[in-house]
Design a protein around this ligand. Sequence first.
Ligand SMILES: C[S@@+](CC[C@H](N)C(=O)[O-])C[C@H]1O[C@@H](n2cnc3c(N)ncnc32)[C@H](O)[C@@H]1O
Length: 227
Amino acid sequence: MEQKHHRKIRSFVRRPGRTTEAQRKALTRLGTKFGIGYEDRRIDLAPVFGRVAKTVLDIGFGNGEALLTSAANNPDTDYLGVEIHEPGIGRLMLMLERAGLDNVRIIQADAVDVVTNMLGDGSLDAINLFFPDPWPKKRHHKRRLVQPGLSMEFARILKPRGRLHIATDWENYAEHISGVIEATREFDRVTSEQLGEEPAALRPPTKFERRGKLLGHGVWDFVYERR
Ligand SMILES: C[S@@+](CC[C@H](N)C(=O)[O-])C[C@H]1O[C@@H](n2cnc3c(N)ncnc32)[C@H](O)[C@@H]1O
């Protein structure tokens, strides 16, 4: 019988490690403190953080710089970071240890799987997706993280009035983001006037934002609230 293999479309390319010795050691030593293994079932976040608090999901945190700043500035909030790239995870664990922070947990897995399979309905106060890989070529647009199905999942895992904050330095992705998210009819866009400040002011600067600016790119921030 003919076997059909459905290969999942991924939003990332696995890059070969460039994990430094210090990062590798951090992953071993701090993995049990900050890391959570991926599970194919819904998990309760309170035991993971050891308390009930406002919880923010950060998808694709990269080198963890912005996530670390947010966690340090908001000790009463818990942060769940999801990233594939191992060096960034090792780096963030080292920085969390140095800063003495205990309000961050990290899952090394595809965020699509984590969102779809691991996170319960209305379990989050906010989702941050900062500078996702833009996949600029048209034939690669299907690899973009922002897709109708995942947007519906974002709505499912957010509390009512929970916030979805997406930033990009790629104009065509900005158009894609507003088109996809607004078509789900699950979110209201929150304007600068309603926020009382620019949406970009709600997040720390990130490595990819700096990189984009050096390349002369603009920055587009979208803040949505779940209806
Ligand atoms: C362009 S970088 C941005 C990193 C960071 N947010 C910043 O602004 O500096 C995108 C990151 O998303 C991660 N990523 C892409 N797809 C992912 C997925 N499906 N699950 C988890 N991480 C993903 C990549 O490994 C990469 O580190």
